[in-house]
Design a protein around this ligand. Structure first.
Ligand code: PEP
Length: 251
């Protein structure tokens, strides 16, 4: 399968940031991995124009489960697709925490993304409290079972494992912790979808140039969802390079 380097800009990025995305595309004119940047919705259509026919695809960070309607301040998946998104992140831990989104909501959002014709990137991950209580795999199994959209396939769904305690904290999970969860996720997915071996499993949580190669060398890690280090080309480009190196080593 083709590996994926995905960047989540979160609530960061003004017009000047479009140049960062362009610098990523210029550094990777013909990448051997998929590159995706998920800017705030306000930048999507302008970035789509700026990056037309480039190697960088665009995604969104959330969508509403409904196709349209009276939901002030929300954005439907089809609107994001019209703006240039080819993927939509759903269930990021910041949305789960800030907006009280549970698995059923995340599943409905993922289904809305797929209905709009794009890839759903479904995020799951345990809190520090859950890990310290020895409940990590119980939590990730329940989240994946509850959040995976109906009709999920490797073509329309990506799963991102992001331990909540590792997001934006500078604390990265150890290779053993990542490998354990990703192997378990692959096995769990095998009971839920018919093409589990082809479904991309991303790791997310303080991925940066200094730790990317070690993470990408792990089995069942098919790329990364990167927050802070995706905001500048200087930080994101070496992560993409590390993923390309891992892809060529495993092919
Ligand atoms: C994220 O936002 O999904 C993320 C993993 O953030 P960071 O890389 O900054 O930890």
């Amino acid at each position: 399968m083709r590996k994926l380097a995905a960047g989540n800009w979160k609530m960061n990025g003004m017009t000047a940031s479009i140049a960062e995305a362009r610098a990523v595309s210029i550094a990777h004119p013909n990448p051997s991995v998929d590159i995706l940047l998920c800017p705030p919705a306000t930048l999507l259509s302008r970035m789509a124009e700026s990056l037309a026919n480039s190697s960088v695809a665009l995604g969104a960070q959330d969508c509403h489960p409904a196709a349209c309607g009276a939901h002030t301040g929300d954005i439907a998946a089809s609107m994001l697709v019209e703006g240039g998104a080819s993927a939509i992140i759903v269930g990021h831990s910041e949305r789960r925490a800030d907006h009280g989104e549970g698995d059923a909501t995340v599943k409905a959002k993922a289904e809305a993304a797929i209905a709009a014709g794009v890839v759903a990137i479904v995020c799951i991950g345990e809190t520090l409290e859950e890990r310290e209580a020895g409940r990590t795999l119980d939590v990730t199994r329940a989240q994946i079972a509850g959040s995976l959209p109906a009709g999920a396939t490797a073509a329309n769904t990506v799963v991102a494992y992001e331990p909540v305690w590792a997001i934006g904290t500078g604390k990265v999970a150890t290779p053993e912790q990542i490998a354990e969860v990703h192997a378990d996720l692959r096995a769990t997915l095998a009971g839920l979808v018919s093409d589990a071996s082809e479904m991309r499993l991303l790791y997310g949580g303080s991925v940066k140039a200094a730790n990317a190669a070690e993470i990408f060398a792990l089995g069942n890690v098919d790329g990364a969802l990167v927050g802070g280090a995706s905001l500048t080309a200087d930080n994101f480009n070496p992560i993409i390079d590390a993923l390309e190196a891992a892809a060529s080593a495993s092919s």
